[in-house]
Design a protein around this ligand. Sequence first.
Ligand SMILES: Nc1ncnc2c1ncn2[C@@H]1O[C@H](COP(=O)(O)OP(=O)(O)O)[C@@H](O)[C@H]1O
Ligand SMILES: [Mg+2]
Length: 367
Amino acid sequence: MKKIRVGVLMGGASNEREISLASGKMVAEHLPKDRYEVVLLDPLALMVGNAKLSSAMRDKAKALIAKGGIIEALPERDKALPASFQKEMTTAAATVLPATDAVAATGGDARIDVAFPVLHGTYGEDGTLQGMLDLIGIRYVGSGTLASALAMDKLMTKTVLEASGLPIARDLLVERRDFVAAPEDTAGRVGAQILPAVVKPVRSGSSIGMTIVHTRAEMGPALEEAFRYDDRALVEERLSGTELTVGVIGNRELTALPVIEIVTKREFFDYQAKYDPALTEEICPARVSDAIAREVQDLAMRAHRALGCRGLSRTDFIYGADGAVILEVNTMPGMTVNSLLPKAARVAGIPFGELLDRLVQLALEDE
Ligand SMILES: Nc1ncnc2c1ncn2[C@@H]1O[C@H](COP(=O)(O)OP(=O)(O)O)[C@@H](O)[C@H]1O
Ligand SMILES: [Mg+2]
């Protein structure tokens, strides 16, 4: 039987590029070799003429096209992560090919049968890449353009979830231009309404640009930090309770994976806490009653349906005194062997390779 040619799309241009490279490499290694022929592709090559990218990112795109994968220096924020993970991220960058012929309509033999976008953040998890693949006619793992775009935007996600009767946290939106026009007034007004608060860019991931705000004085700097990554910042009430996350797999018929409980030594599940196993315990199944587990699994499946997700999703929660509150929905959650969704799948008796196989099969399923 002819093997199915899978293009693992990894890297990309978002600020989660390095995480994506590490995830993509592991996905490629674990896709069952007897059924799939795997190519590692970096869509950054397609973005070489995109003026919205930083010049450093465009230089990377040029180098990728000229030489193939290159060893890349890691951004500052990765320097405190475990050495083994840093190595994983740097070496992964050297293994990729530019995703040009493999996705182009004229790509000939190089063209892939199905894409597995192991990409997080902008130009990967936000519907843009999905739209391009739709246009070219290449099937892909995970959600389509609409669900991806909605889930990338935390405000739109909350709007849709609320309209579907699902529980979300109280918030205020702050636009950069209002803040720039009157920083102190804006920060003061917001701080007077919501405190303690969590300030986050509307479109980001991996907790990048996020701050917990305890006092009014901390509001201005927190907004400034969020505006480094987006024109809009979401100021949410800070919820207390148990942090839970639930993976869902399926297209029409959904399966909720066992609930994971997140217990971190850090103040919250920040960038460090997410990628340094010494800082966070991920307990699966979560230490909650069966009733609570079923409740959040049901909410995760409802959130997946409300946004129109496909293939997989992972919904983050805080379970407090007033019950479950949804923080966000991820359409392409972390995919290293140790990431949350693969971990929950393993507890459900689905090893990593089998999970990946299922996800590709879901992508090829006619709807
Ligand atoms: N409203 C909130 N109250 C308490 N903690 C929060 C809140 N929002 C986010 N957090 C913390 O920040 C982390 C990241 O927030 P999240 O909304 O999931 O964004 P990201 O896309 O960066 O994962 C969460 O896992 C949680 O630890
Ligand atoms: Mg999250």
